[in-house]
Design a protein around this ligand. Structure first.
Ligand SMILES: *Cc1c(COP(=O)(O)O)cnc(C)c1O
Length: 358
């Protein structure tokens, strides 16, 4: 990974604010360029789109319906809007992206469905609390009604739901006759962390619809809505078009996802990001005055750093979010493009700061 420049010529990257500050994998860009040659059917009637659909069926070991869209917000909001009436409740964790970072898109796309937050440790919804919430005022005409739940895998805090944890939530949803959505903006990071199959992490555990993220993990701009509950598919088609997300030159989105899935690029990219986060976690944990928060399992690391260390890192040019979640709390995010050198460079500065204070 060298930004396309000759090996060793690249200065370390100093951005750790998010995984969307990285570019795209060269394979993805090359595939888009190659797909531009000649004519292709519009609106997803092209061969490349058909191939992506087949590949996702293979990867998930069953028939699925696939809808490509350009952003994760569109994927989430479109999924949720097919799973709820306007008077429905969408249960989600208070820390979830749909609750905090989508400008009300789930409510907008669903004509007003209500997000109801259900807490739990480590940005994971507590099944007992969901069970309780999904049984309140059922059938009461004065109250919005339970319709679906949404979980984020990997979570916004860099943890990963275990298969048992997903199954427990899937069972609660089944018992309450509501549907389960997975925001898989960092799906690949969670998958390689668990080492399970895509089927096990989704429909086998009770997930009906998935936002299969790709942009944060090496794609330019494409995400796949994957429907396991195929009764949602017809409505999704109309909703995607009505929302202005049916690309006439769909081949360019399909080319990206096709390249992403070819040769396990998606899994290799996720491993690179996760390994970088593990290296960073272990390096930080060794420093006096540093506390790693939670147990990072994907590519996001939360920690508490001394104010002087934050100052030193910022002054040196490193970029990351800090003091948003509490005094001294820092979030580092690694990506498919983060190298060992990038991590070691940051650790060297942090180590110097730690030894100056000791
Ligand atoms: C980034 C992200 C998304 C998608 O965001 P877009 O900017 O709309 O592509 C969705 N969920 C989570 C948890 C994210 O981090």
């Amino acid at each position: 990974m060298n930004d396309g420049r000759p090996d060793g010529a690249r200065a370390p990257s100093m951005g750790f604010s998010s995984d969307n500050i990285a570019g795209a994998s060269p394979e993805v860009i090359e595939a888009m360029v190659a797909s531009s040659v000649g004519q292709a059917g519009p609106y997803g009637t092209d061969d490349l789109t058909a191939r992506v659909e087949r590949r996702l069926c293979e990867i998930f070991e069953r028939e699925v319906d696939v809808f490509l869209v350009p952003t994760g917000t569109a994927a989430n909001a479109l999924c949720l809007s097919t799973m709820t009436p306007p008077w429905g409740n969408i249960y989600c964790h208070p820390a979830s992206h749909i609750n905090n970072d989508e400008c009300g898109a789930p409510a907008f796309f669903s004509d007003g469905a209500k997000l109801i937050t259900v807490d739990g440790p480590s940005a994971k919804m507590d099944p007992a609390k969901l069970h309780h919430a999904a049984r309140l005022k059922v059938g009461d005409v004065h109250t919005t009604q339970p319709s679906c739940a949404s979980i984020t895998q990997a979570t916004e805090e860099g943890g990963v739901y275990s298969l048992d944890e997903i199954r427990a939530l899937g069972d609660v949803c089944k018992g309450a006759s509501i549907k389960l959505h997975m925001d898989g903006s960092r799906f690949a990071n969670a998958l390689v962390s668990l080492g399970c199959s895509p089927a096990e992490m989704t429909w086998k555990a009770g997930v009906h619809a998935l936002s299969f993220g790709a942009t944060k993990n090496g794609v330019l701009a494409a995400e796949a809505i994957v429907l396991f509950d195929r009764s949602l598919a017809a409505e999704m088609g109309y909703r995607r078009k009505r929302a202005g997300h049916l690309f006439s030159k769909m081949r360019f989105l399909s080319a990206q996802i096709d390249a992403y899935l070819t040769g396990d690029l998606w899994l290799r990219n996720a491993r690179q990001a996760n390994d970088a986060a593990q290296r960073l976690t272990q390096g930080l944990a060794r420093l006096s005055g540093v506390e790693v928060l939670g147990a990072p399992q994907a590519n996001i690391v939360f920690c508490r750093l001394p104010a002087a260390m934050i100052e030193t890192l910022l002054h040196a040019g490193f970029r990351f979010y800090h003091d948003r979640w509490g005094p001294g709390v820092v979030r580092f995010v690694t990506s498919f493009a983060t190298t060992t050198d990038d991590v070691d460079h940051l650790l060297a500065h942090a180590t110097r700061s730690a030894s100056q204070q000791a």
